[in-house]
Each structure stands twice: as C-alpha cells, then as structure tokens.
Design a protein around this ligand. Structure first.
Ligand SMILES: Cc1ncc(COP(=O)(O)O)c(C=O)c1O
Length: 289
C-alpha cells in the first residue's frame, strides 16, 4: 500500500530506497514487530512497541524515538493507507554503514532506522473454525529466541517444511522438548490445564500469549508454564497455537496423528471466544467466526 514510515516521517513508498549496505539487509542486524489491525483499529499496539524497544535493547541498539511517537505514526499510517483488516510490519535496523561486523562507531552518524508498512490480511476465519494441521521439526535456532530479531532463516526453513507437508505450522522441539511454532507459540491442553513452554530465552514471549495468560487467569482456566515433550503433544486432549495474525488457532493433527477427537476442543473454543471478546473490547470492532 502507498505510504510507509521511514525514520520519523510518513512517505510514499515509491520515494524510499533502502541502501545495499543497510545492516538489516547485510546482517539481519535489527528487530521487528507485527501489529494486527481490526476494522482500522490497532490491537495491543503499546505492547508490541514496548517489545520492539526490549528487543532493541537486548541487541544494544538505540531507537531514537519515543514509543508514543511510534504509536502515533503507526496509527496515522493505518489511517492514510485505509487499512481495514490487516497488519503493520515494522522493523528497526542498525542503519547504513560500510559492511563490517562491528557496530558503526558512535561518531559515524549512523543511526537506527525505523521502517513500517501495512498489508491487508483477512482473519483466517475458515481455519479458526476447522482447525489446522502441524508437523514437528527440530528447533535449530540460536539461544536468544526471546529477541524478535530479523534473523529468521531457521523459522523460514521450518515453515517451508510444514508447507511442503500440506500443514499450517511447524511445532519446534529441542531434543524432544517443545519450544514454540516457527511463527507462533504452542500449547497443549491436558485435564483442563493449558500448558506452554516458560517465557525464557528459548521462545518469543508472544503478545497473544500474554493476552491469553491474562484471560486464563481472569476466567479460572489454569495456565501452566512448564516444558513438555513431543510425546505429550501427541497425546494431548487439545493442541493450539497463538500469534498476532493467527489468534488462537486449533491444531487438529500433528505429524498426521489426530489430536483428541481430531477437531477443535472445548478449551480451545472457549479461549477463541474470550480472545475475540478482548479484540471487541479494545477495538470496538465486532469479530465473528
Ligand atoms: C517465533 C515466534 N514465536 C511466537 C510468535 C507469536 O508472537 P505474537 O503473539 O506476539 O505475534 C511469533 C510471531 O510472529 C513468532 O515469530
């Protein structure tokens, strides 16, 4: 769509050129976020922008703008592009400098650069209703998966493997311990408890995951953060994943084996309903499945 954010400005996409020596392009030296838009309204924007700052801090990168300014710019961008149901992709890289691994010198005038653009992305209503299939795959990522870094090659490879198997997601494991999806958090339901990997360096602490944890707490659904194995996943009553674009997505088959009754389970349905009510509460947009 027509307009983008570049630095501190909203510009026509056609006038912006990213330099070949941008460190994001050369090294994946940067961080990113995806914010959901429902009926033109941003959902959990503050939380995403706050995580953008946390990720930047973890890679020792200064964002020379305030979170409030970024939120205003993003809201303006969504308005100018007339986004209905969609997303804002935003990233900050360490800027443009002659290619060498170490950071640009503080006196080099190279600064972190924010860019953002929007897309129309419909809610995956049919899949939210029917559930989707997943494969399991080895988690070959680095040890700082808590940082939403631009380096996504292992995630790309895992998602491609899932796609080639006709599946929606690859659920990753380290030596048999389930961490998360290639672009989502992963959960199982056992005896009414929702179980997911603790928010440590092995997973990204999803914003959807954080919203869900709160909804569980408010509604008396046990939310347990503890490691579980691929074996537990396959024997679970229910499995689901969460992400900004996929919301609470039921998984009905893993590695070709049906989970529970092979259709979305009762706890997953309840969480979908609670999550949709939360979207409605925050955006005042009616969400239906
Ligand atoms: C690896 C990974 N884990 C988890 C998530 C879910 O995070 P969120 O709910 O903030 O979208 C994502 C989202 O892109 C992701 O890439």
């Amino acid at each position: 769509m027509g307009k983008i954010i570049f630095g501190d400005q909203i510009l026509d996409r056609s006038v912006v050129h990213i330099d070949l020596e941008d460190r994001g392009y050369q090294f994946g030296d940067g961080v990113y976020e995806v914010i959901r838009v429902y009926g033109g309204k941003l959902f959990t924007a503050k939380e995403h922008i706050e995580r953008l700052f946390q990720s930047a801090k973890k890679i020792k990168m200064d964002i020379s703008m305030t979170p409030e300014r970024i939120e205003d710019l993003v809201a303006e961008l969504v308005k100018e592009n007339g986004v209905g149901f969609g997303s804002v992709y935003m990233q900050v890289t360490r800027g443009t400098a002659p290619r060498t691994h170490m950071f640009p010198k503080p006196d080099s005038q190279t600064t972190a650069v924010l860019t953002a653009y929007t897309n129309e992305v419909p809610r995956p209503e049919r899949q939210l209703e029917s559930g989707v299939d997943a494969i399991t795959a080895e988690d070959i990522r680095w040890l700082r998966c808590d940082i939403k870094s631009l380096n996504l090659l292992p995630n790309v490879l895992a998602k491609q493997e899932a796609t080639e198997a006709g599946c929606f997601e690859a659920i990753l494991h380290r030596s048999g311990i389930v961490t998360e999806g290639s672009s989502s958090n992963a959960y199982l339901v056992r005896n009414g408890e929702v179980i997911t990997h603790p928010a440590d360096n092995f997973i990204l602490n999803g914003i959807t995951r954080q919203v869900l944890a709160k909804l569980c707490q408010e509604n008396g659904i046990p939310f347990v953060e503890k490691a579980f194995g691929v074996v537990d996943l396959l024997q679970a009553d229910e499995v689901f994943i969460t992400s900004t674009t996929s919301e609470v997505m039921p998984i009905v088959k893993v590695d070709d084996k049906p989970i529970g009754a092979g259709k979305p389970g009762g706890v997953t349905r309840k969480l979908q309903t609670l999550f949709e009510a939360k979207i409605n509460e925050e955006t005042k947009v009616e969400i239906k499945r």
